[in-house]
Write a protein that binds this ligand. Structure first.
Ligand code: 5RP
Length: 237
C-alpha cells in the first residue's frame, strides 16, 4: 500500500516536471495550442493556467476531448475548437507507451481519433510522459481502436487475420461498452507476436467500421520524459 502511494507520487512528480518544462520553454504568446487528454495533461493544464495568469499570454486553447474541456473550465480557461482554429502551433499530449523507435500507442482515454487529427494538424507535436512509459516494448500495450457500434462483431475476424485479438472496452459507472465523445465504441487489440507498426497503423484503418487506431508512428516531434528532479528531451524534428 505504502509502495503504491510512493509510486503514484513519484509519477506525479515526473508528470509535473515534464508539464512545467513544456509550459516554460515551448509555449509562446499568440499561440494556438492543442491540448490532449489524460492524467498527465491535467498537470500541463495547471502549468498553462499559471503561465497565462503570471505572464498574461494571449493563447487560444483547443481541447481534444470533453474531459479536457471540463478541466479547462475548472481552472477558468476558455477554449475554442478545431473548426475555428484548424492550424495548431503546438499540440501537447501524453501517450500510453513509447517504444525505443518513438512509436506511440495512445487511446487509453478513448480520445485517440481527435488526438490524431490534432497531432497531424500541429506544426509541432510535443509528447509528455512519466519515466515508466519510455522505452517500452511494442507488445507491452494493446492497440486501442475507435469503431462504429455496428462493426463490433464484424471486425473481430479481420483483426484476428492480422494477428490480433480484439476486446471491446467496458467502463465503470455505465452498463455496456464505453461510448466515445464521437458516439462510437472503443476496443483494444492485443498482439502476441511482433508486428510492423507502420504497416499495422495503415491496415487497421482499412477494416470497414474502424475509424482510427492508437498507433502513432512518426507523429511526435519532441518527447519529454519527466524524471523526479529533471527531464530528458528527445528531439525528432
Ligand atoms: C488518451 C490518451 C492519453 O494520452 C494516454 O492514455 C495517457 O494517459 P495518462 O496521461 O492518463 O497516462 O491517449 O486517449
Amino acid at each position: 500500500m505504502a509502495n503504491e502511494r510512493d509510486n503514484n507520487s513519484t509519477k506525479e512528480q515526473e508528470k509535473t516536471q515534464a508539464a512545467l518544462k513544456v509550459a516554460k520553454e515551448f509555449i509562446y504568446d499568440d499561440f494556438v495550442l492543442g491540448i490532449g487528454t489524460g492524467s498527465t495533461v491535467k498537470f500541463f493544464i495547471k502549468a498553462i493556467a499559471e503561465l497565462i495568469e503570471k505572464n498574461g499570454l494571449d493563447i487560444i486553447l483547443v481541447p481534444s476531448s470533453l474531459d479536457t474541456q471540463l478541466e479547462l473550465a475548472k481552472v477558468g480557461l476558455s477554449y475554442s475548437s478545431l473548426l475555428e482554429f484548424p492550424d495548431l502551433d503546438v499540440y501537447v499530449d501524453s501517450a500510453d507507451i513509447i517504444t525505443k523507435d518513438h512509436v506511440l500507442i495512445k487511446g487509453g482515454g478513448a480520445a485517440l481519433t481527435k488526438e490524431k487529427i490534432m497531432a497531424k494538424a500541429a506544426k509541432e507535436f510535443i509528447v509528455i510522459v512519466d519515466d515508466s512509459k519510455y522505452p517500452r516494448n511494442l507488445l507491452s500495450h494493446p492497440v486501442p481502436v475507435e469503431l462504429l457500434p455496428s462493426a463490433i462483431n464484424t471486425i473481430i475476424q479481420p483483426i484476428f487475420n492480422l494477428g490480433g485479438e480484439f476486446e471491446l472496452r467496458y467502463g465503470k459507472g455505465k452498463i455496456g461498452p464505453i461510448i466515445t465523445d464521437n458516439g462510437n465504441c472503443i476496443g483494444d487489440i492485443s498482439f502476441s507476436a511482433l508486428y510492423d507498426p507502420t504497416e499495422m497503423e495503415k491496415v487497421l484503418n482499412i477494416i470497414p467500421g474502424i475509424i482510427e487506431n492508437g498507433l502513432f508512428v512518426s507523429y511526435a516531434h519532441r518527447i519529454i520524459i519527466g524524471r523526479k528532479d529533471d527531464v530528458e528531451i528527445i528531439d525528432l524534428m
